[in-house]
Design a protein around this ligand. Structure first.
Ligand SMILES: NC(=O)c1ccc[n+]([C@@H]2O[C@H](COP(=O)([O-])OP(=O)(O)OC[C@H]3O[C@@H](n4cnc5c(N)ncnc54)[C@H](OP(=O)(O)O)[C@@H]3O)[C@@H](O)[C@H]2O)c1
Length: 342
């Protein structure tokens, strides 16, 4: 076994449980939610592995989580961070097969924003050597969600709508949609994102700050008849887009980037047009999708990153010891992931 230290540096949560607020994934000062700590090295129990972190990503879910606004409660004093990649340096009973491998992981035991992480072996994916650490650290949450949600979209026609299309997930879904012969209609809030998204595969790109964006969308909707709206923003404009979609349209809310609570204005559409609102959460998908199907999706995800059809855009590499002081500023940069390094 590798020589392991007795303690490790970690960025820990400073609150317990839920906050009851819904302020969105924005932070002004990370020290409101996070602290630096030297913790005992976590131990891998049966079915678990200990991973030496090489890189950890910062997703909107991490920010929702540390603020107490995510689907699971915070644990004060435990390391933050859901996703990353690293080497397996110790393995509990039944997980020995992963020893020494470089894996992508979702943390389920102690968080990813630490020098070492404990998680279940089932939450690890061995990485091919041709996958970079940047792609490895963002290999699970967004790519699996992109695969699962584009699958929902293709079950209902060829055109679909997606919001926050400049997000990493939005970009993955645009190019996957194009590759599958679908027509992604992308919503963005910055005009300079229009051309890059068209190049990535969007059939049409609308800028949500245009005064007549709903009229533009209504015209497109009449023509392309999108029946699925994959929505990460979930605000009043989302409701207006949904109201302009054709009969049997589904509003699939999977993120809450905007803090604005939407108000429903067209209740008759649920009665007379068969429209539906629903949610998507990857955690639920993982619990309900048979392991063999998940393995097929995982293999396709790695193939897409390895051959360059997908890539992870990175805005900043942030050392672990600078997370508390530098995370808020790093989140101001747009169009790429913050990657935490040991
Ligand atoms: N439900 C699930 O299972 C699941 C799984 C994975 C991800 N997600 C969700 O998917 C979304 C995207 O995740 P990601 O990791 O791909 O994000 P990301 O790469 O960090 O990008 C976030 C993007 O959101 C845009 N944005 C931020 N606030 C916005 C607002 N108020 N209105 C419109 N756009 C806004 C920004 O656009 P600009 O370029 O204009 O600044 C930025 O490009 C998040 O909501 C995340 O929580 C959900």
């Amino acid at each position: 076994m590798t020589d392991l230290p007795e303690t490790m540096f970690a960025v820990t949560q400073t609150h317990d449980g839920y906050s009851g607020t819904a302020t969105g994934p924005v932070i002004e000062d990370a020290s409101d939610w996070l602290a630096e700590a030297e913790l005992p090295l976590p131990q891998a129990g049966p079915g678990q592995v200990l991973i030496r972190m090489r890189m950890a990503s910062v997703n909107p879910s991490d920010l929702h989580f540390i603020k107490g606004e995510y689907g699971q409660p915070r644990v004060k004093g435990a390391p933050a961070g859901f996703e990353g990649c690293g080497e397996v340096v110790a393995a509990g009973q039944g997980a020995e097969g992963l020893m020494g491998q470089r894996v992508a992981f979702v943390a389920a035991g102690s968080g990813a924003w630490a020098e070492y992480v404990v998680t279940q072996a089932q939450m690890c994916i061995p990485l091919r050597p041709d996958i970079s650490d940047e792609d490895g650290a963002a290999q699970i949450v967004n790519p699996l969600t992109a695969m699962a949600m584009v699958d929902i979209a293709r079950s209902d026609g060829d055109a679909f709508v997606l919001s926050a299309a400049t997000s990493q997930l939005g970009k993955l879904m645009c190019s996957l949609g194009r590759d599958l012969g679908l027509k992604p209609i992308a919503l963005v809030r910055r005009a300079e994102a229009v051309e890059p998204l068209k190049e990535l595969g969007a059939e049409a790109v609308l800028v949500t700050t245009d005064a007549d964006v709903i009229d533009q969308f209504a015209a497109l909707s009449k023509d392309l008849k999108p029946r699925v709206f994959l929505d990460a923003v979930s605000d009043q404009l989302s409701e207006q887009i949904f109201a302009a979609m054709p009969n049997k349209a589904r509003w699939v809310s999977y993120g809450k980037l905007s803090a604005e609570p939407p108000r429903l204005t067209q209740m008759g559409q649920f009665i007379f047009m068969g429209k539906r609102i629903e949610g998507f959460w990857l955690t639920q998908w993982m619990m309900s999708t048979p392991p063999a199907d998940q393995m097929r999706v995982v293999a396709e995800v790695q193939a897409r990153f390895a051959d360059g059809r997908w890539k992870t855009d990175v805005s900043t590499h942030l050392p672990l010891r600078e997370v508390v002081s530098g995370l808020a500023d790093a989140t101001k940069k747009t169009d790429g992931k913050i990657m935490i390094t040991p």
